[in-house]
Design a protein. Structure first.
Lengths: 119, 107
C-alpha cells in the first residue's frame, strides 16, 4: 500500500531555512489523481495546511506562509519537498506530508517529523 | 479565510455513551467538510469525507451529517479506543482550514 515518509533535520536555527522531503512508496507521486500537501502542527496545538503541489509542478500555498514557502516535486525520486525560509520559534511543529489537498480530503498521512527552531 | 469552530473543546465520556461533536463554518462550504481522528503521538486519520460519506475500514459507529455551515460528527457507543482528538477540515476554498479540535477523554 502507499506510504509517505518525512525526512530532514530535526533542529533548525532561527533565520535559517527548514527543508523537508516526503518520500512516496508503494505508489507514484506522478499519479494524476492526487495532490500532495504539507501540514504542520505546533506542539499541543491544531493543524495548519501549508500548501500543496501537483505532479505537474502546480502549487498553492497558505497566504499566511506564502512569502516563505516553496514546495517542489521530484518525480524521478518519487518525492516532494518543503522549504520554509526565515524560520522562527513559531515554526516549531510536527510537519506532516499528506496525500490530498486539491479541493478534497487528506486520505493518507506520513508519521510526521518534529522540527524545532532553536539556536 | 473560512474559520471552522468546533464544540466542545473537550468532552469526558463513559464507554458506550454517544458522542456528538459540532463544527460550524464561518460561511457556507456545501458538503466540503471532512473529519479526522488523531490519537496521541499519531498522525491524523480520515474518518468521514464530504460531511457524511463513510471511509472503508472506519468502524460504523462513526457517522457525519450536515451541510452549508453546520456539521456534526457522531460516535455511537463510544469505545475506549476512541480516546483521541477530532478535527474538522474544509476543502471548499483556499486556504484549506481545520477546526481547533475536540479532545475526547474516556472516563
Amino acid at each position: 500500500q502507499v506510504q509517505l515518509q518525512e525526512s530532514g533535520p530535526g533542529l533548525v536555527k532561527p533565520s535559517e531555512t527548514l527543508s523537508l522531503t516526503c518520500t512516496v512508496s508503494g505508489g507514484s507521486v506522478s499519479s494524476g489523481s492526487y495532490y500532495w500537501s504539507w501540514i504542520r502542527q505546533p506542539p499541543g496545538k491544531g493543524l495548519e495546511w501549508i500548501g500543496y503541489i501537483y505532479y505537474s509542478g502546480s502549487t498553492n500555498y497558505n497566504p499566511s506562509l506564502k512569502s516563505r514557502v516553496t514546495i517542489s516535486v521530484d518525480t524521478s525520486k518519487n518525492q516532494f519537498s518543503l522549504k520554509l525560509s526565515s524560520v522562527t520559534a513559531a515554526d516549531t511543529a510536527v510537519y506532516y506530508c499528506a496525500r490530498g489537498g486539491g479541493g478534497g480530503y487528506f486520505d493518507l498521512w506520513g508519521r510526521g517529523t518534529l522540527v524545532t527552531v532553536s539556536s | 479565510e473560512i474559520v471552522l469552530t468546533q464544540s466542545p473543546d473537550f468532552q469526558s465520556v463513559t464507554p458506550k455513551e454517544k458522542v456528538t461533536i459540532t463544527c460550524r463554518a464561518s460561511q457556507s462550504i456545501g458538503s466540503s467538510l471532512h473529519w479526522y481522528q488523531q490519537k496521541p503521538d499519531q498522525s491524523p486519520k480520515l474518518l468521514i469525507k464530504y460531511a457524511s460519506q463513510s471511509i472503508s475500514g472506519v468502524p460504523s459507529r462513526f457517522s457525519g451529517s450536515g451541510s452549508g455551515t453546520d456539521f456534526t460528527l457522531t460516535i455511537n457507543s463510544l469505545e475506549a479506543e476512541d480516546a483521541a482528538a477530532y478535527y474538522c477540515h474544509q476543502s471548499s476554498s483556499l486556504p484549506q482550514t481545520f477546526g481547533q479540535g475536540t479532545k475526547v477523554e474516556i472516563k
